[in-house]
Design a binder for this molecule. Structure first.
Ligand SMILES: NC(=O)c1ccc[n+]([C@@H]2O[C@H](COP(=O)([O-])OP(=O)(O)OC[C@H]3O[C@@H](n4cnc5c(N)ncnc54)[C@H](OP(=O)(O)O)[C@@H]3O)[C@@H](O)[C@H]2O)c1
Length: 230
C-alpha cells in the first residue's frame, strides 16, 4: 500500500518502520524538510517531502502530530486528503496529578474534529493505544497472541484498508464500530496509559468473552439495541 506519514517524531518513526518492514511504500512528510529526510532515512522509507507531498502520496495517510494540532493540519491539507483513508493515532491527553486526563469533553473526539476539518477524508481512529516502542517489535506478539489493534471509522472501504494494514504487520484487527465510538477509544487510551504508567496490568481487567459474562450455559448473551448493557 502507498502510505503517507504526516509527522517525523516517535510515532512516525515507529509505525513507518513497521510498515516499511511489512512491504509498504512509505513517504514521510514534515514541516521541517531536514527532519522528514532524517526520519525517512531511519525507517528506510521510499521517500520524503513536505506534508502535502506525503498526503498526496498515500492511499493511507497517518496523522502523527500532537492531538491539538491535528484538526488544523488536516484542514490545511483537505484537498490532498479527499477520498483518502486518514489514520488518527493521536491521544488527546495531558498528564495531571490523577494521571492522564482527556482534554476533550469525552463526548467528541479528535477523529471527529479531523472529519469536520476535512470532510472528504475517511478518518479512522487506530494505532493510538500502544506506546510507540510496541510498533518496533517484529511482529508485536504477546503471550503467543498477536497484538489486537482497535480501530473505528465510518467508511467501509477505509476500515477494510486499515484492517488489511493491521494484518500485514502481524497484528489482529479489532473493529470497534463507527466514528461515534472514537471518544471511547480515546478514553480507553487515557485509562490504559494511566494503568501502565502506574505499573498495573490493564489487560487483567478484560477477561476473554466467554469468561467476561458468566451465564449458566456458558454462552455469551448478545445485547439487542433496546437492551441496556450492564
Ligand atoms: N509517542 C507515543 O508513544 C504515542 C503513542 C500513541 C499515540 N501517540 C500520539 O501520536 C501523536 C504523535 O506523537 P509522537 O510521540 O510521535 O510526537 P513527537 O515525537 O513529538 O512528534 C510530533 C511530530 O508532529 C509535528 N508537529 C507538531 N506540531 C505540528 C503542526 N502544527 N503541524 C505539523 N506538524 C506538527 C512535529 O514536527 P516538529 O518536529 O517540526 O515540531 C513532529 O514531527 C500524538 O498525538 C500522540 O498523542 C503517541
Amino acid at each position: 500500500m502507498r502510505i503517507g506519514i504526516l509527522g517525523t517524531g516517535n510515532m512516525a518513526t515507529a509505525l513507518g518502520g513497521a510498515w516499511v518492514r511489512s512491504g509498504h511504500d512509505v513517504v514521510v512528510g514534515g514541516r521541517d524538510p531536514g527532519a522528514a529526510a532524517a526520519t525517512a532515512a531511519r525507517v528506510r522509507a521510499a521517500g520524503h517531502g513536505a506534508l502535502a507531498e506525503a498526503a498526496a502520496h498515500g492511499e493511507i495517510v497517518l496523522v502523527a502530530v500532537p492531538a491539538d494540532a491535528a484538526p488544523d493540519l488536516v484542514r490545511g491539507l483537505a484537498g490532498d486528503l479527499a477520498g483518502r483513508t486518514v489514520i488518527d493515532c493521536t491521544n488527546p491527553v495531558v498528564h495531571g496529578a490523577d494521571g492522564p486526563m482527556l482534554v476533550t469533553d469525552g463526548a467528541t473526539s479528535v477523529a471527529r474534529r479531523m472529519t469536520e476539518a476535512a470532510p472528504g477524508a475517511h478518518v479512522v481512529k487506530a494505532f493510538h493505544l500502544c506506546h510507540a516502542s510496541v510498533w518496533t517489535l517484529d511482529p508485536p506478539v504477546f503471550e503467543g497472541e498477536p497484538l489486537a489493534v482497535p480501530y473505528c471509522g465510518d467508511d467501509p472501504a477505509a476500515l477494510d484498508r486499515v484492517a488489511a494494514l493491521i494484518t500485514s504487520m502481524g497484528c489482529a484487527p479489532l473493529p470497534c464500530g463507527g466514528l461515534s465510538r472514537a471518544p471511547y477509544l480515546e478514553a480507553t487510551a487515557a485509562f490504559a496509559i494511566g494503568a501502565w504508567f502506574s505499573g498495573a496490568q490493564p489487560r487483567h481487567a478484560f477477561p476473554a468473552p466467554a469468561e467476561a459474562v458468566l451465564v449458566p450455559d456458558g454462552t455469551v448473551p448478545v445485547p439487542s439495541a433496546t437492551t441496556a448493557v450492564r
